[in-house]
Write a protein that binds this ligand. Structure first.
Ligand code: URA
Length: 478
């Protein structure tokens, strides 16, 4: 007698467990079950409806392994799993061990499934779709190698719980709506709208791309070519690879500038709570490029890119803000948004040449909370400021400004480790952690937020006065 079993596409693991439990309880040997449904030469019977007299007990390890192998696309996974169950029940060797041919096979299948799920988490790219309701809607197209949409989707449920989304694949579609996940049949590949976030991905990717570290084999193994066509950022790869050799040559020709004495010591003082970094950058340019990969706190996760300082590498005056805002995060440059405009206007009024100063921030990544389509600024907390001091210390160490201006409370704390209110300190010079003078002033965003016209005008006037004072100080006129 031979039996045919047909399993559904969805909830296949539970269905397989039920079928396998019935089969083993009737002691049906593996070679009598056709897991493809029994549509072959011989007419196959359905498995019995009732549980048989025998109760099999299986180790936890088997349930875990089967729970992974089941999502593989190879049809033989089902008979292989049943063979393992049969042998476990008969105590015939250890079919879960890597030393056993069947065990090895099953572990390889499970590994391939794990890799496929990992790739899905890394390479699904959502695009925003129009929404009539309060929740934002997103859709993505992905082509997994195995049937991994079901196990792979749980990650997105946790990560994007407050949005509605859909992941379409050639076999199935996952829908997450109003907090409930469901699976439907495959549809045609959706015609997804162009999305502004694609250019964010592209900017991010172009920024982290280091032409001197191009390792094609590693790149292909981490991000196999078959995924490239659905990733917005990979459209840049051919052009960037073409230019890589020339860029490396330009980097070589630019050479390294000599390290300023004291840079490391200052940075260490600024980062007293941080462990020493064995790869201490030796130049301002090296620090800038190392900061692009900074993972010292969690802010890098959501921000588009590190926003490093800019200006003259030998500036006598350094101006330190709090952190990049929305516009700076997208542009990769400090003070280019509304607060930057106000600051640059005050600088222009006092004759501070932006090309001759070093403009930077206490924290190099944008901290925000998403609200609809907006990203609302959040002040960095003390820990985040302390983590980022490592970079600020390096900037100060390499540039060695005669005077540093702290704009706002975050910069004041970053530079002096003193969190006292700014109202009592503005317009005064204090000694910073680097033993140099720090002039306290208002942050331009604070000025923008002041609702009272007279207060606003006064604060703006004070910022301008402070910058004028700073300029005279670095010119030795004060
Ligand atoms: N606010 C800051 O503190 N820095 C910027 O770069 C922009 C806004």
């Amino acid at each position: 007698m031979s039996y045919g079993v047909t399993l559904p596409e969805r909830d296949i693991f539970d269905a397989w467990r039920v079928a396998a439990r019935v089969a083993i309880s009737h002691r049906i040997p593996p070679d009598q079950i056709d897991w493809t449904g029994g549509g072959g030469l011989f007419v196959a019977a359905a498995l019995p409806d009732d549980p048989g007299p025998h109760q099999a007990r299986v180790p936890e390890g088997f349930v875990r392994l089967a729970g992974s192998v089941i999502w593989h696309s190879a049809p033989e996974r089902l008979p292989l799993l049943y063979q393992a169950l049969w042998r476990l029940d008969r105590r015939d060797g250890d079919p879960l061990s890597q030393a056993d041919a069947l065990g090895r096979r099953l572990h390889l299948l499970a590994k391939s499934v794990g890799r496929d799920i990992h790739k899905m988490h890394a390479f699904v790219r959502f695009r925003e779709c129009p929404s009539n309701g309060p929740r934002r809607r997103f859709a993505a197209w992905f082509e997994p190698e195995h049937n991994t949409l079901e196990p792979g989707s749980r990650f997105f449920v946790k990560r994007f719980a407050d949005m509605d989304w859909l992941i379409a694949t050639p076999r199935q579609t996952a829908h997450f709506q109003d907090g409930a996940l469901s699976f439907g049949p495959a549809g045609a590949r959706p015609d997804l709208p162009e999305d502004a976030s694609e250019s964010l991905w592209a900017t991010y990717f172009a920024n982290i791309f280091n032409p001197a570290r191009v390792k094609l084999a590693a790149m292909r193994s981490e991000m196999p070519k078959k995924y490239w066509k659905n990733l917005p950022e990979t459209r840049l790869i051919p052009a960037m690879l073409k230019d890589a050799e020339a860029r490396v040559q330009r980097m070589r020709e630019a050479g390294a500038t000599a390290a300023r004495p004291g840079a490391a010591a200052i940075s260490t003082r600024y980062s007293s709570t941080m462990p020493q970094d064995p790869n201490l950058p030796e130049t301002l340019a090296a620090a800038c490029s190392a900061a692009k990969g900074c993972r010292r706190c969690g802010l890098c996760e959501a921000a588009t890119q590190t926003v490093w300082g800019e200006g003259a590498a030998d500036a006598a005056l350094m101006i330190v803000g709090e952190q990049p805002g929305d516009r700076e995060d997208l542009a990769g440059r400090p003070f280019v948004g509304p607060a930057g405009q106000l600051l640059r206007q005050a600088m222009a009024e006092t004759g501070v040449d932006p090309e001759r100063v070093w403009l930077t921030n206490a924290v190099k990544h944008f901290k925000f909370i998403p609200r609809g389509k907006q990203r609302l600024h959040q002040s960095p907390d003390r820990q985040e400021i302390v983590h980022c001091r490592w970079w600020l210390g390096l900037e100060i160490g390499f540039i060695q400004p005669r005077l540093t201006v702290a704009l706002g409370a975050s910069a004041a704390f970053a530079l002096t480790d003193n969190a006292a209110p700014l109202a009592d300190r503005r317009g005064k010079v204090e000694i910073g952690l680097h033993d140099g003078p720090v002039l306290m002033s208002w942050h331009p965003s604070y000025i923008l937020r002041l609702a009272d016209r007279a207060q606003k005008d006064q604060a703006q006037q004070q910022l301008t006065e402070d910058l004028g004072f700073a300029l005279r100080m670095v010119r030795n006129e004060e």
